[in-house]
Design a binder for this molecule. Structure first.
Ligand code: WT7
Length: 522
C-alpha cells in the first residue's frame, strides 16, 4: 500500500482463538482508545478481531475488502489507525488463494505474537459514550465520512432492533448475507445477534456460486429461520426463476428481511411468494450507517405489510416529512425524510470533524436530523422511501457519491471534466453513467474507456466501476457554470422530455449528447 509517512503494522491472522487475539493486539502495543483498521474477508477471524478490539477498548475501523488499496489508505490516514489487521490470503469464489507478500519490516505474524501468552485477558472498562467503532460511508463532497458510534447506545439499539424486528427466539438460526465491511454486517451479523446470544450463519461466498441455489441450499443445511438480504440479491436470483429456489424445501424459514435500497414491488412479491411461500412476513428495514440500526421497519406478523414500504418508525424514532422550506407536512405527502429526536443508536460524530457532522445532518433543517432520502406518506400513514435526494447513488445497496467517482475520473490525465449520474439497472438498482470532457486534442476510444473504468476501480473499488462512459465535448451548464445533472440523467435514461431547460447556457449541447448516448453497457 502507498501509505506515505504513516507507519503501519500488519498482523497476519493466520490462525486464532478469541482470547489469544486480545493478547496479540496487546502485544502489538494497542491500547485503549487506539484505532485499528481491519481489512479482511468474511471469515470468523474478522468477528474475532472486532471483538478483540472491543475487549481492550480499541476502536475498530473496518474497510470493506472490496475497496482498493488507495481507499484503504485514505481511511487509515483519516482515522489515524496504528495497526492494520488483515489476512494472509484471500480466497476468491473459485477457491484459489491469492497471497500477499511478506515484509519483515512492518508485518507481524500472529503466531509469533501470541507465543507463550496466557489465554486470559481482563476486559478494559469503558464509559458508555466511549467510541465503539468508526465506519466510513460516502459523503456528497466525495471525501468519505468516518461515522462514529459509541458503546452503549449502539449496542442497546442493535440488540433491541435485532430482537424485535426479527422476532428473535432462542432456537432461531439467523442468517444475514451482508458483508461485515458494511454497517449491516456490523449491526446485524456481529453486535445485534451476538448481544442476544443468537446462532448465526457467517457466509463467505457468492449467491450464484457454485450455482444459483446456493442460498436455499444453505437455508436447508442449517435450518435457517430468519433470513436477511438485499433487494439487489433478490433481483439477481429472480432472473433465474423459481426452479432453483424450489429445489430446496426452505421449511425452516419464518421471517424474511430486506435492506439497502427501496425494494421494487415485483421483487417483494417474488421474495414473499417464491422464497417465503406466503408464510413468512417480510421486514423491509430502512436505516443508514448513521442510524446504527433500523429506524423505519415493520414488526413481523404485527405490522400489516405493503410491498415496497418500510411501513412505520421503530420505538423511540420520530420521523417527519418536510417541504423545501422546512415545514412539517401532515397527512399524505411527499418531501424530505427527517427525524425529530435522537435514539440510542444514532451516530455521535464524524471522525475528526464534528463540524462536518453538524453541517451534513443538522444544518439544512435546524432541529432535525436529515436522512438525505425523499419519502412519501400514504393515506394510511405508511412511509415509502423514494430514494436519495442528494448527489448520492445507490449501486447494489451501496452508497456512492457522484463526486467521488468524478474525482477518480478527472485524476486521469486526459480528462478535463466529468459528471456522473445514475441510470436505472435491473439488478443493481442504479448503475453509473459517466460523461467525460477530454483535454484538447485527445480522441475518445474503446481503449480509453477501458482505461477510465480501470482507473475508477483502482481508485475506489470494483463496486464503483462505471457501466457507461460517454464523451461530452461540453457539459450542459447553467449560466453560473453549474452542471445540470437533471439534464444528464435524462440523457442517460433516454428521456426526451427535458422539462424546463431555459437556465441552460447553451441548449444545443443537449441534442449533441443525445445523439451520442450509450445505449448498452460495453
Ligand atoms: C441508504 C443508507 C442500512 C444499511 C445498508 C445501507 C438506502 C437503506 C433502505 C430501505 C429504502 C433504503 C437509503 C439510505 N436504504 N435501506 N429498506 N428502503 N432505502 O447503508 O450505505 O448507509 O445507505 O440506503 O437511501 O439513506 P448506507
Amino acid at each position: 500500500f502507498n501509505l506515505l509517512a504513516v507507519k503501519i503494522h500488519l498482523v497476519l491472522l493466520l490462525y486464532c482463538s478469541l482470547d489469544y487475539t486480545f493478547f496479540a493486539l496487546l502485544c502489538a502495543g494497542v491500547k485503549k482508545g487506539d484505532r485499528v483498521s481491519i481489512y479482511m474477508p468474511m471469515v470468523v477471524e474478522l468477528v474475532v478481531a472486532m471483538l478483540a478490539c472491543v475487549r481492550i477498548g480499541a476502536v475498530h475501523s473496518i474497510v470493506f475488502a472490496g475497496f482498493s488499496a488507495e481507499s484503504l489508505c485514505e481511511r487509515i490516514m483519516d482515522s489515524q489507525c496504528s495497526l492494520l489487521i488483515t489476512a494472509g490470503g484471500l480466497s476468491n469464489p473459485h477457491r484459489r488463494l491469492t497471497h500477499v507478500p511478506w515484509n519483515p519490516d512492518v508485518d507481524l505474524c500472529w503466531h509469533t505474537l501470541v507465543c507463550g501468552e496466557s489465554d486470559e485477558c481482563e476486559p478494559e472498562w469503558c464509559e458508555s459514550e466511549d467510541p465503539l467503532f468508526v465506519l466510513y460511508t460516502s459523503g456528497s463532497t466525495g471525501k468519505p465520512k468516518g461515522v462514529l458510534h459509541t458503546i452503549s447506545g449502539y449496542m442497546l439499539y442493535t440488540a433491541t432492533t435485532f430482537k424485535l424486528v426479527f422476532d428473535y427466539q432462542p432456537d432461531d438460526v439467523y442468517w444475514c448475507t451482508a458483508d461485515i465491511g458494511w454497517i449491516t454486517g456490523h449491526s446485524y451479523i456481529t453486535y445485534g445477534p451476538l448481544a442476544n446470544g443468537a446462532t448465526s450463519v457467517l457466509f463467505e461466498g457468492l449467491p450464484t456460486y457454485p450455482d444459483v441455489s446456493r442460498m436455499w441450499e444453505i437455508v436447508d443445511k442449517y435450518h435457517v429461520t430468519k433470513f436477511y438480504t438485499a433487494p439487489t440479491a433478490i433481483r439477481l436470483l429472480m432472473k433465474y426463476g423459481s426452479e432453483p429456489v424450489q429445489k430446496y424445501k426452505r421449511e425452516s424459514l419464518k421471517v424474511l428481511g430486506t435492506v439497502g435500497e427501496p425494494i421494487n414491488p415485483e421483487a417483494w412479491q417474488w421474495y414473499y411468494t417464491v422464497v417465503g411461500e406466503k408464510r413468512c412476513p417480510i421486514v423491509d428495514t430502512f436505516w443508514q450507517t448513521e442510524t446504527g440500526g433500523h429506524v423505519l421497519t415493520p414488526l413481523p406478523a404485527a405490522t400489516p405489510m405493503k410491498p415496497g414500504s418500510a411501513t412505520f418508525p421503530f420505538f423511540g424514532v420520530v420521523p417527519a416529512i418536510l417541504n423545501e422550506s422546512g415545514e412539517e407536512l401532515e397527512g399524505p405527502n411527499e418531501g424530505y425524510l427527517v427525524f425529530k429526536q435522537p435514539w440510542p443508536g444514532v451516530m455521535r460524530t464524524v471522525q475528526g470533524n464534528h463540524q462536518r457532522f453538524e453541517t451534513t445532518y443538522f444544518k439544512k433543517f435546524p432541529g432535525y436530523y436529515v436522512t438525505g432520502d425523499g419519502c412519501r406518506r400514504d393515506k394510511d400513514g405508511y412511509f415509502w422511501i423514494t430514494g436519495r435526494i442528494d448527489d448520492m447513488l445507490n449501486v447494489s445497496g451501496h452508497l456512492l457519491s457522484t463526486a467521488e467517482v468524478e474525482s477518480a475520473l478527472v485524476e486521469h490525465e486526459v480528462v478535463a471534466e466529468a459528471a456522473v449520474v445514475g441510470r436505472p439497472h435491473p439488478v443493481k438498482g442504479e448503475s453509473l453513467y459517466c460523461f467525460v470532457t477530454l483535454t484538447d486534442g485527445v480522441t475518445f476510444s474503446r481503449a480509453l474507456e477501458t482505461d477510465l473504468k480501470k482507473q475508477v476501480r483502482e481508485k475506489i473499488g470494483a463496486i464503483a466501476t462505471p457501466d457507461f462512459i460517454q464523451e461530452a465535448p461540453t457539459l450542459p451548464k447553467t449560466r453560473s457554470g453549474k452542471i445540470m445533472r437533471r439534464v444528464l440523467r435524462k440523457i442517460a435514461c433516454d428521456e426526451r422530455d427535458m422539462g424546463d431547460i431555459s437556465t441552460l447556457a447553451d441548449s444545443s449541447v443537449v441534442e449533441e449528447l443525445f445523439q451520442n448516448r450509450c445505449s448498452t453497457a460495453v
